[in-house]
Design a protein around this ligand. Structure first.
Ligand code: NDP
Length: 445
């Protein structure tokens, strides 16, 4: 009897009402896995899928803090410890008003497969808060981070759960949280990744997700005898992932023509050079400003109604947020000659968009493969902390490239169908097998 996707998804929807992003992520994985499960009934017998969709633990807590006016504010904090079959829980923290349980469950679920693909021993988790850092002073962000950590610290540890950054959680926030963790536990230990270089951080960690995404695209393009040299690239977002995807694509000879933020999209047909990117990094990371300033500085188009996918490109790298590229955008990209898409963000393409890319035989890398470079270097940061050393920039970069190549090979192993590589199936099945086998080995726990 074949695996019944429909009744499995009905069960998921009934048990997790209103969690639409979680349903979307599980649907994609289950569709990839169904034919594989039919050929490998041991996973069905051991009810691995039923177990893997259920978080091992969900922690939800109050985060009270006092703003600059002396008023008490209350946010909600979360940590979803999804799966620890192959290593300690590992995954980022997101601070954004859109954060709720279902969003973090989708991200934690994706993280399990992604971490497995990196070849490193890391389980999957995700966390965060509905706190909105926009417009908050440094002091307010610190007060919030300290309060958040004053609860989270009891649930994490270097061999238990190692959080990292994600949307709106960068070096500043990791610093404030690490300081509080250290004060509460009286321990200097590798409990968060994305730390500053002077206090246990790894070289290349800030660059890792964006670089890794480009490295995976390099491998995909090689299968078609292509490279980044001379290509036009459209990127969305202008945060951590977008910045370093832009840097690496440019270093490899491509011309990046778009970036975006919550205020709109810039289109710079002359290309976002190293000098212009330095301006963006300062604008976003230090001044916390908007891309409208870039448009004024470099006299280029800024649009509030066009997204980056409206412009002609060879390669598209969505690096902002989930569901930011829909079926119509995908159609437009394919029509305009785009042949390679790497999801720098988590689930930025809607299911309709993914369908369109696969139908057009576009080289399409899903987030769990394409953005795994970030967590991979986080894993390398954990290793360096454990053995109390720091590797050089070149050493970490080489290891990152090697990991992205290994992820590509895994996708090919499980996703090759004739002359087409379905990277969605490859990543889902490749990520699943290692975790599923470990779960079976460890019994019903
Ligand atoms: P950042 O906070 O550094 O940047 C996010 C970018 O997305 C910003 O430019 C932001 O605009 C833009 N953005 C956020 N929400 C919206 C929105 N509603 N509409 C339009 N633009 C929006 O986050 P990261 O770069 O770290 O993360 C980006 C994506 O990559 C996320 O999906 C994350 O989960 C994923 N990812 C990140 C990893 C990492 O190592 N950081 C690892 C793996 C995946 P604005 O500047 O206006 O706020």
């Amino acid at each position: 009897m074949s695996f019944d996707v429909k009744s499995f998804m009905q069960m998921i929807e009934a048990k997790n009402p209103g969690e639409k992003e979680f349903h979307q992520a599980v649907t994609e994985v289950v569709h990839s896995l169904a034919p594989f499960l039919d050929k490998n009934p041991k996973y069905v017998k051991h009810k691995v899928l039923e177990r893997i969709v259920e978080p091992e633990r969900v922690i939800m807590f109050r985060v009270p803090w006092v703003d600059d006016k002396g008023e008490i504010q209350v946010n909600r904090g979360f940590r979803i410890q999804m799966n620890s079959a192959i290593g300690p829980y590992k995954g980022g923290l997101r601070f954004d008003p859109s954060v709720y349980l279902g969003l973090l469950k989708f991200l934690a679920f994706e993280q399990v497969f992604k971490n497995s693909l990196t070849t490193l021993p890391m389980g999957g988790a995700k966390g965060g808060s509905d706190f909105d850092p926009a417009g908050k002073s440094d002091n307010e962000v610190m007060a919030f981070c300290q309060s958040f950590m004053s609860e989270l610290f009891r649930h994490i540890g270097p061999n238990i759960d190692v959080p990292a950054g994600d949307i709106n959680v960068g070096g500043r926030e990791i610093g404030y949280m690490y300081g509080m963790y250290k004060k509460l536990t009286n321990e200097f230990t590798g409990v968060l990744t994305g730390k500053g270089l002077n206090w246990g951080g790894s070289l290349i960690r800030p660059e890792a997700t964006g670089y890794g995404c480009v490295y995976l695209c390099v491998e995909m393009m090689k299968t078609k005898g292509q490279s980044f040299q001379g290509k036009t690239v459209a990127i969305s977002g202008s945060g951590n992932v977008a910045q370093y995807a832009c840097q690496k694509a440019t270093q490899l000879g491509a011309k990046v023509v778009t970036l975006s933020d919550r205020g709109g999209t810039i289109y710079d047909p002359n290309g976002i050079t190293a000098e212009k990117l330095a301006y963006v990094i300062e604008l976003k990371g230090v001044k916390r400003g908007k891309l409208t300033d870039y448009a004024k500085e470099y006299k280029c188009e800024h649009s509030t109604d066009k997204n980056p996918w409206a412009y002609k490109c060879d390669v598209a790298l969505p690096c902002a947020k989930q569901n930011e590229l829909d079926g119509k955008d995908a159609e437009n990209l394919v029509k305009n000659g785009c042949t390679c898409v790497g999801e720098g963000a988590n689930m930025p393409c809607t299911p309709e968009a993914v369908e369109k890319f696969l139908a057009a035989k576009t080289l399409f890398a899903p987030g769990k493969a394409a953005n795994a470079g970030g967590v991979a270097v986080s894993g390398l940061e954990m290793s360096q902390n454990s053995i109390r050393t720091s590797w050089t920039r070149d050493e970490v970069d080489k290891k990152l490239e090697g990991i992205m190549r290994a992820i590509h090979e895994k996708c090919v192993e499980y996703g090759k169908k004739g002359d087409f590589i379905n990277y969605v199936d490859g990543a889902n099945i490749g990520g699943f097998v290692k975790v599923a086998d470990a779960m079976i080995d460890q019994g019903v726990v």
